[in-house]
Design a protein around this ligand. Structure first.
Ligand code: SF4
Length: 221
């Protein structure tokens, strides 16, 4: 097992390099308020940011506040978000979340994690996206890319997102959490993809215990 100090050093160097590699990495969802970002993030589950932006470009012209969404008939909302997939659950979550914001939070998107987690359809990942992009708070965002890369990089042995988040928060300085999360997402899309990681053009391959250990590298000398 890797000693704690060495793991910490390695994690920090990985973060340094990936943040340098993707200096412009940030949330790609389009929004003009914390509430719009919360809606967009709920819609982004199992969907691409581009598709969500296409849907919300039209949707936010018709509805952009908790009042608007609480009032909108469910069938109309389902139709509007249909192309993001899982549209029944997403429409229900957006309406439920909007109603709770009006009833319990004065119509405002909360800042505290505990408050976010009371909202229907909102888990830690969604909360952290909003806390980072809308409020500038530091957060480790455990999306599917982050989870896959953190495992391959040997930065955690945990599988549960909340535990992975806690492990990485303990390893890295707070000011790196958000840029590192975004860099990991970009790296996961561009290089360390799910099916065929491109270790031969990876900026952290010398720090990665999984480097070149994939079937497509079997013939490598
Ligand atoms: S070396 Fe390969 S497995 Fe490791 S992070 Fe880079 S692309 Fe992913």
């Amino acid at each position: 097992m890797e000693p704690e100090e060495s793991l910490r050093e390695r994690a920090r160097e990985i973060a340094r390099r990936l943040i340098r590699e993707y200096p412009d990495a940030k949330c790609r969802l389009a929004f003009s308020s914390p509430f719009e970002l919360l809606v967009a993030t709920i819609l982004a589950a199992q969907c691409t940011d581009d598709m969500v932006n296409k849907v919300t470009a039209d949707l936010f012209k018709r509805a952009s506040t908790p009042e608007d969404f609480a009032r909108m008939p469910l069938a109309q909302l389902q139709k509007a978000v249909r192309s993001t997939g899982f549209y029944r659950n997403k429409a229900k979550a957006v309406k439920g979340m909007s109603k709770m914001l009006l009833e319990d939070f004065d119509g405002r998107v909360p800042v505290e994690m505990d408050d976010f987690l009371k909202l229907p359809g909102v888990a830690r990942k969604t909360a952290n996206v909003v806390r980072t992009a809308a409020y500038g708070l530091p957060a480790i965002i455990t999306d599917t890319h982050f989870i896959r890369l953190a495992g391959r990089l040997g930065l955690t042995k945990n599988k549960r997102p909340d535990k992975i988040e806690a492990d990485l928060c303990a390893l890295l300085p707070e000011e790196t959490w958000s840029p590192f999360s975004h860099a990991m997402l970009f790296h996961g899309r561009a290089v360390c993809t799910a099916k065929k990681p491109a270790c031969d053009r990876c900026a952290v391959s010398d720090l990665c215990p999984s480097a070149f250990k994939f079937p497509h590298f079997e013939d490598r000398p």
